[in-house]
Design a protein around this ligand. Structure first.
Ligand SMILES: O=C(O)C1=C[C@@H](OP(=O)(O)O)[C@@H](O)[C@H](O)C1
Ligand SMILES: C=C(OP(=O)(O)O)C(=O)O
Length: 461
């Protein structure tokens, strides 16, 4: 389906950010490992999070979901999921479990599957089969888990043989923080607990902070120097001291938990008004959030808009004139598509650094953003760990006005913002259900009407 901007009028107003995908994954999986019944209020019901729900059901959790629209329902007596966890995991699926497009479910559940009584095979869609897994599989071995890549390419499909007894292990932190979240979540309920050393450059650290946040809410005590270490290591001198985590064997305690709003998804709503000019209030964004993508507030402010942060909402005011900035996305890789579009619609240069790991997502997001923005006449330079946008969109110099999402939800939503200033279309644009099913409804609330159209195939005889 082709996604494009249909109409823009009465721009602005108030909109609620959707619940956090990352927090929903964590709460579902940890509640499924807890003794007792937990209630998750205002969870994100999206393709990816429902994969975590269905996979946890396969391992024995009893999960009752309720379909409600986060834009219309406030967290109230009936908008929650009820999760009865289990401490005795058994994979009831005789076939490989298809995790489609969800890297978070794949990584975290690979360690959890090591706790079960029987073998598991995880597979996924074409994109998921490109996601690196070898470092996690290596780190699991000293903990008693024999897991391997069936095609021996370090990627899914993955077969996991149980035996997770826990103990001491280490892993490099430069590819994915999901490996670390996975080891910590599962290691907690293993016989010996876990002592984990994360070596070298530790990217996307904020997601591990979110993991520890949810583990704390479910009663777990953790010793770590994550919060006391210097933010980024000295990459120039290649000096990065390790980060340590020590968790004694413990049991998760069922609890009720409210899922906060998603800053990654909010970046499209905030970015739209920053580009167009106007004023919006985005609710459900928490001032003290641990999400790394809260960085979008600093980015948009540095580019020239006004940002006011309240306890649980953000007010943005913009005149639509943005200028380029330099930004390190080391801790917020999912903002790369949004920031590349903001940079392409700004005056001056925008430089993104520190985000080589954005190459290991649904797509190689550095390469694809460069490829697609170049089509629109952007003067853009690809670097190993980011990109430089030297000159913005200039359709006169461009070769096409049809962009391609490459089936990546974040590319589709970020590229849709270009349609606020230029007449462009996005092929395979209907992929936002992975993380933001109500994306079009939320954009309509702030005056931006998006449309989805069948691709018209012209037959040439
Ligand atoms: O743990 C998580 O919820 C996530 C971690 C990040 O991945 P990396 O840690 O691989 O950067 C991020 O890109 C992904 O969207 C969600
Ligand atoms: C990469 C992402 O998620 P996952 O790792 O769960 O596929 C994302 O949401 O951008």
């Amino acid at each position: 389906m082709i996604l494009k901007v249909k109409n823009v009028k009465n721009v602005g107003g108030v909109v609620k950010a959707p619940p956090s995908k990352s927090y929903t994954h964590r709460a579902v999986i940890i509640a499924s490992l807890a003794e007792g019944v937990s209630k998750l209020y205002d969870p994100l019901s999206s393709e990816d999070t429902l994969l975590s729900v269905n996979t946890c059901r396969k391992f024995g959790a009893d999960i009752k979901t309720s379909n409600f629209n986060f834009l219309r329902n406030n967290p109230n007596s009936n908008s929650y999921w009820e999760i009865k966890g289990t401490t005795k995991l058994e994979n009831s699926s005789k076939d490989p479990i298809d995790l489609k497009n969800s890297g978070t479910t794949l990584r975290i559940m690979t360690s959890v599957a090591g706790l079960s009584d029987n073998k598991t095979i995880f597979t996924g869609d074409k994109s998921l089969k490109t996601r690196p897994m070898d470092m996690l599989l290596e780190a699991l071995k000293p903990l008693g888990v024999n897991a391997y890549s069936i095609l021996e390419n370090g990627k899914p499909p993955i077969e996991i043989t149980p035996g997770f007894i826990g103990g001491k292990t280490s892993i490099d932190g430069n590819i994915s923080s999901q490996f670390i979240s996975s080891l910590l979540i599962a290691g907690t309920v293993s016989e010996k607990g876990i002592d984990l050393e994360v070596k070298g450059d530790f990217i996307s650290k904020s997601y591990v902070a979110m993991t520890l946040d949810v583990m704390d809410k479910f009663g777990i005590e953790i010793e770590t120097d994550l919060y006391t270490k210097h933010e980024n290591c000295n990459m120039a001198e290649k000096k990065c001291s390790s980060t340590y985590f020590s968790i004694k064997p413990q049991k998760y305690i069922a609890t009720d938990h409210v899922i906060e709003g998603d800053y990654s998804s909010a970046s499209y709503l905030l970015g739209a008004i920053a580009i167009l000019g106007g004023e919006i209030t985005v609710k459900n964004l928490f001032k003290n959030s641990k999400q790394g993508d809260k960085l979008i507030l600093d980015i948009i402010a540095k580019m020239g808009a006004k940002i006011m942060i309240d306890e649980d909402s953000v007010l943005l005011a913009s005149n639509g004139n943005l200028h380029g900035i330099e930004i390190d996305l080391h801790n917020a890789p999912d903002l790369l598509p949004s920031v590349s579009v903001l940079g392409a619609l700004s005056t001056g240069k925008t430089i993104m650094t520190g985000v080589k790991h954005a190459r290991f997502k649904e797509t190689d997001r550095i390469a694809k953003c460069v490829e697609e923005l170049s089509k629109l006449g952007c003067n853009i330079k690809e670097n190993e760990d980011g990109m430089e946008i030297i000159g913005g969109i200039d359709l006169e110099k461009g070769i096409s006005t049809e962009l391609n999402s490459h089936d990546d939800h974040r590319l589709a939503m970020a590229f849709s913002l270009i349609g606020l200033k230029h007449d462009i279309t996005i092929k395979d644009g209907n992929v936002f259900n992975v993380s933001f099913p109500n994306f079009m409804e939320a954009m309509a609330k702030i005056g931006i009407e998006l449309g989805l159209f069948e691709e018209s195939y012209s037959c040439t005889l």
